[in-house]
Ligand binder design. Structure first.
Ligand code: SF4
Ligand code: F3S
Ligand code: ZN
Length: 103
C-alpha cells in the first residue's frame, strides 16, 4: 500500500503536468508517487481503473508508463485541485495505491 507518511519519507524530485512527483524515480521501473493532495503510488497501481470510473469530479487521467512491471498505464491525479475529499478512490482501489489527505 501507499505510504501515508510519504511527505515525510520522500522528496519531490520533479513536476508532472502541474503536480509533484515524489521520488525515487528511475524510469521505467521506478516511477514514484504522483500528486500530493491526491497521491497515487505509480509503483503500486495496476491500472484497475476503478478510481477513474468512480471519481465524481474526474480527478484522474490515464498516462502511459511503458515497461513498468505492474502496468503500462497509470491513473494520474491530473486534476487533484478539483478533489472534493469523498474518499471513494481510496476505498475502491484494490491495491491501496491512493492516499487522499483532506488537510
Ligand atoms: Fe475523486 Fe473523491 Fe478521490 Fe477526490 S477523494 S480524487 S473527489 S474519488
Ligand atoms: Fe490504479 Fe488503483 Fe486506480 S490500481 S487505476 S490507482 S483504482
Ligand atoms: Zn503525474
Amino acid at each position: 500500500a501507499i505510504d501515508p507518511e510519504f511527505e515525510d519519507n520522500r522528496e519531490v524530485v520533479e513536476q508532472h503536468d502541474g503536480h509533484d512527483v515524489w521520488g525515487p524515480v528511475e524510469e521505467p521501473e521506478t516511477l514514484g508517487i504522483h500528486g500530493t493532495h491526491v497521491a497515487v503510488d505509480f509503483d503500486i497501481c495496476i491500472a484497475d481503473g476503478a478510481c477513474l470510473e468512480d471519481c465524481p469530479v474526474d480527478v484522474f487521467e490515464w498516462v502511459d508508463t511503458p515497461d513498468h512491471p505492474e502496468s503500462e498505464i497509470k491513473a494520474d491525479p491530473a486534476h487533484e485541485d478539483q478533489c472534493i475529499d469523498c474518499m471513494l478512490c481510496v476505498d475502491v482501489c484494490p491495491v491501496d495505491a491512493i492516499d487522499v489527505d483532506p488537510g
